[in-house]
Design a protein around this ligand. Structure first.
Ligand SMILES: NC(=O)c1ccc[n+]([C@@H]2O[C@H](COP(=O)([O-])OP(=O)(O)OC[C@H]3O[C@@H](n4cnc5c(N)ncnc54)[C@H](OP(=O)(O)O)[C@@H]3O)[C@@H](O)[C@H]2O)c1
Length: 281
């Protein structure tokens, strides 16, 4: 394995995979704000943007990767497709070996080695592929993003009773804070291996998070905990998805929910004022 090196090891752009995703989006903005030249990978047709070069490529087939990686200094790998992550990582590493960039920063999930969920097992396999490759790698594991908790709450609250897994807690984190940490890792020392895990500011029970979500939406539902069987839920009940000692995140779930409301109110207001102007009043 290649030893770590101090500081940035060259010039050229940083390639962000998964740049169109929940994490990749804010990460691209923050890397640009940090003064880096950014190339963004997506399977969709390349868009035009003033401050970032979009490249079309598919990690599953390897198509477009050589050209996306040409002249690139470092890669931040955020793309994920649930089932194909190890194959995608292998294609990325092989293309990196052909095209030159040595350094890879990878985002993973807290507990991938202790919670037997299919997706986590694939993330762990991907971590292993990356660390055993001849690229210099840095791996950050974080807890669930606030966005994911909201998506889960939205789906579960569609029933008259909000069922949650009893005894299971989460430590959700703001995706912008994860992106900030990835900027630090991308601009800092290369090849640090696995760095300290990162979690949100609070560990809260699933029932508590469900109630916070319902109260934010102004909806009423009984929240009922059910004890779910299986090794995965047992691992979750053991708290293997949380890192209370590494509560690096600052933005709480309630603050995130408030921010979301403010943003949607603002966009409604600007839409209304647009309609008002268009109607010629
Ligand atoms: N969500 C969480 O709570 C959480 C917590 C900890 C860690 N993570 C990790 O953080 C990473 C990003 O998560 P996210 O929630 O931001 O994901 P996301 O919003 O689902 O975005 C996934 C991205 O992957 C890209 N992608 C998928 N298949 C691809 C392929 N074959 N070739 C090229 N690009 C491909 C998609 O790009 P196009 O569709 O534009 O091609 C998209 O931008 C993942 O590795 C995830 O495991 C997530």
């Amino acid at each position: 394995m290649i030893p770590p090196v101090e500081g940035d090891s060259g010039t050229g752009p940083v390639l962000v995979t998964g740049a169109s995703g929940t994490l990749g989006g804010p990460l691209v903005g923050k890397l640009i704000a940090a003064g880096l030249e950014v190339r963004a990978l997506s399977r969709r047709p390349a868009r035009r943007a003033a401050d970032v070069t979009w490249c079309t490529g598919d990690l599953k087939t390897g198509e477009g990767l050589d050209s996306a990686l040409s002249g690139v200094r470092r890669v931040v790998h955020c793309a994920s497709s649930q089932r194909g992550d190890p194959g995608a990582a292998k294609n990325l590493i092989d293309a990196m070996a052909r095209s030159g960039p040595l350094d890879l920063v990878y985002i993973s999930i807290v507990g991938v080695d202790r919670i037997p969920i299919g997706y986590y097992e694939l993330k762990l396999e991907t971590e292993r592929l990356i660390t055993s490759s001849d690229r210099r790698s840095t791996i950050l594991r974080t807890t669930q993003f606030h966005n994911l908790m909201v998506r889960g709450c939205k789906a579960l609250s569609s029933l008259p009773v909000f069922l949650v897994p009893s005894g299971v807690s989460f430590q959700p984190i703001d995706v912008g804070e994860v992106a900030d940490r990835l900027v630090e890792l991308t601009t800092g020392e290369a090849g640090k291996g696995r760095v300290d895990d990162m979690g949100g500011p609070e560990v809260r029970s699933s029932a508590d998070l469900a109630r916070a979500y319902l109260s934010h939406c102004g909806r009423r539902r009984p929240v009922v905990g059910i004890r779910l069987p299986g090794r995965a839920f047992s691992a979750l009940r053991n708290g293997f998805n949380c890192v209370p000692g590494n509560a690096r995140g600052r933005k709480t779930f309630d603050e995130f929910l408030r921010e979301q409301s403010e943003q949607s109110e603002q966009s409604e207001q600007s839409e209304q004022s647009g309609q008002f102007r268009r109607s010629g009043s």
